[in-house]
Structures are given as C-alpha cells and as structure tokens.
Design a protein around this ligand. Structure first.
Ligand SMILES: Nc1nc2c(ncn2[C@@H]2O[C@H](COP(=O)(O)OP(=O)(O)O)[C@@H](O)[C@H]2O)c(=O)[nH]1
Ligand SMILES: [Mg+2]
Length: 352
C-alpha cells in the first residue's frame, strides 16, 4: 500500500484554513454593511409592495354575479387584472344570491380564473384569484306588495324579480352591506363591463387626492317606461325637505321638467353606473339615509315600476352633493359596456 506524501496533505490543510478565513471575512463584511445594502434594495425596488406604506383608505372591487354569466365575468375580471393600475392588490368581492354558495362551485370558478389570467396579479405578488371573495345576499320581496307577478303586474315582467332586486340593492342596500363596513371606496363593475386599455392613473388615488365622493364615466338616461312616477316622487320629497330642494335648485346640472308635459314622458338622467367609484361614508350620512328610507318605504318603486339604480344614483348625488366639488368624471378610462355611449376624454396621470 502506498503511503501518501506529506506535501499534498499540507497543501490541503492550508487550502481549508484559507477558505475558512476568507469565508469568515466575507461574512463579517456582509454583516457590517447590512443596513445600507437593505436600504439600497428597497429604494430601487418599487415592486416590493410589503415596503410600500399603506394608503389612508381601503378599497373593494365589487360585482353582483350569476353563475349563468360566469364566462362573461371571467372576461371582465381579466380586464381588471390587466388594465387597472392599482397600487395595492385590493379584494374583489363577488356578491351572489346562492348559486356560488357551494365550495366546489367556487373552487371551479377560481380554477377557471387562474387558467384565464395565469399566475400573479398584475403589479402584485399576490395571486389574483386569492383576492376573490364570495359574499351571499339574501334577497326577499318586501312587505306591502303582492309577491306574485300576476298580482303585482310589474314593468319588465320577464326579468322580475331578479333585475328589480338588483336595482333595489345597488340603489340603497349596498352602502350598508356588512362586508363593506370598513371599506372607504368601492369600484362597481358589471359582469358585462370591460376595460379595454391600460389606465394611466390609479382611480382611487385620484378620488382620495381630490376628495371626491362619486366617480363616474358618463351620463345617459333610462327610458321613461322604467321611471313612471319617479318625477312626482322626487318633487314630493323636495317639497317636504327644503334643504334638498335648495340643493337641487342650486345645481347647474339639475333640470326640473318644465312646461305642460306629462311627467311620465320626461326621462330622468342617470349615470352609466355599471362602472362607478363610491365613497361609502358619504352615502351613509343621516340625510341620505332618510332619502333611502323613503325609497324603500315605497316598494312599488323598485318592484313594480322597475326604477333603476342609474337614475337613482344621479338623483341622490344631485340631492346631497356639491356636484362640482364632490363628483369626478374619471377621464381616460377606455371601457366597454353594452348600450353606453361614452365620450372619450384624455388620460392625465395624477403625478406627471
Ligand atoms: N345575482 C343576480 N345578479 C343579477 C341579476 N340581474 C342582474 N344581475 C347582475 O347585476 C348587474 C347588472 O345587470 P345587467 O344585466 O348587466 O344590467 P344592465 O347593465 O342594466 O343591462 C350584472 O353584474 C348582473 O350580473 C339577478 O337576477 N341575479
Ligand atoms: Mg350590465
């Protein structure tokens, strides 16, 4: 058996000692320079969202959904993910009325969502599908009206009562939903709402910076067939609430019907509120609540005459907000929803 010479053995020992010494020095240097290294990293890595301070508001993106329209919803959510430049990965709340209640149904939907949009949320390390929550609503017909279509004889009988419940939900109840209790702003989208191009600002930062209560894209009007009795209802409310009447009369954009007209033939304006940003607390003020209470005390409004949430949102903001200071037409949002005719306006970044 050959005996190994002592020269290689000595070289080996020296190499181990030198390596160990170098390792020790590197470790010491690294430790002593740790703070500036960390600071440099966070300064030049804006994508590290855990280092970004939280804004002084909270947000939820909300939808009212039906399983039968799941494909449409997937398309809309994908457009939110790709085109909405939000500084934080806010929750996405899917309000439903029971059809999304079972866990396998929810899991299937989330799997389809992951398949549709792929990995992580846009600009966030959190998976988009992890931001989705399902919240069940219990819709019951109110007291004081017949509960059958035959007896009630509603306008738009083919969509009764679902669509009519939807109008009542978005006109009054949404502001008091327990899930939204601690939310500052919600963004509503319909399942048939789509963003078409990237936006050049975070709309919630705009709402916050400009202290707005209501953000919208455009204004149209509902057909008079679904606003029967609404003008008279508003007139009566203004007559019994002088502060509401003076607010309406002071608004540059409010127009009472004039001349010898049948009020039921005069359209009521309405926001295209299939997209809207709402500062919730502004719609929970006592005087606004009183108006909502008055509306729900007359259930025929929603359930027989099919008064819509679009004109009612317009009427509510006109009654209680300074339209110049508290509402914001959000420009530069390239958006599609059936039957909305939006005039485009330029996208101006908040921080050019
Ligand atoms: N759960 C549920 N959602 C509904 C019902 N009717 C409408 N919606 C939802 O309410 C929103 C507005 O309805 P949509 O049909 O788009 O109304 P439109 O924009 O006025 O034509 C959409 O997100 C729908 O999914 C309903 O009967 N049940
Ligand atoms: Mg719609």
């Amino acid at each position: 058996m050959a005996i190994p010479s002592s020269a290689p053995r000595y070289a080996l020992t020296r190499a181990v000692v030198v390596s160990f010494f170098l390792l020790f020095i590197s470790f010491t240097l690294l430790s002593s320079y740790h703070p500036p290294f960390k600071a440099t990293l966070s300064k030049f890595s804006p994508f590290i969202t855990s280092q970004t301070p939280h804004p002084p508001y909270t947000v939820a993106i909300i939808y009212l959904v039906r399983l039968s329209h799941a494909d449409e919803l997937l398309g809309s959510l994908a457009s939110v993910n790709v085109y909405l430049p939000l500084r934080d990965p806010w929750p996405i709340i899917l309000f439903h009325t029971g059809d999304f209640d079972d866990t396998p149904v929810q899991d299937d939907f989330l799997a389809s969502l992951r398949e549709k949009i792929g990995g992580q949320s846009n600009r966030s390390q959190r998976d988009f599908s992890d931001r989705v929550e399902f919240v069940k609503l219990d819709w019951v017909l109110p007291e004081g009206i017949p509960h059958t279509k035959e007896e009630l004889d509603p306008v738009s009988p083919s969509s009764w009562p679902g669509y009519h419940h939807m109008c009542a939900f978005y006109s009054t109840k949404i502001f008091f939903n327990p899930r939204l209790q601690d939310v500052t702003y919600y963004l509503r989208m319909d399942t048939d709402s789509l963003f078409l191009e990237p936006l050049c600002y975070d709309p919630f930062e705009v709402m916050h910076a400009r202290q707005r209560s209501y953000g919208y894209l455009g204004i149209g009007n509902d057909a008079p067939v679904v606003t029967k009795g609404l003008w008279r209802f508003i007139r009566d409310y203004a007559d019994s609430h002088p502060e509401v009447e003076s607010q309406l009369n002071a608004s540059k954009t409010w127009k009472w019907p004039t001349g010898d007209v049948d009020l039921d033939d005069v359209p009521v304006s309405g926001y295209y509120n299939n997209f809207e940003i709402v500062k919730l607390e502004e719609f929970r003020k006592p005087e606004v609540k009183e108006w909502f209470y008055h509306l729900v005390q007359y259930p025929e409004g929603f359930y027989k005459w099919r008064w819509g949430d679009a004109p009612l949102r317009w009427v509510t903001t006109q009654m209680f907000f300074d339209m110049d200071r508290e509402t914001e037409r959000l420009c530069g949002i390239r958006y599609y929803h059936p039957y909305n005719y939006l005039e485009q306006c330029e996208c101006v970044p908040l921080h050019p």
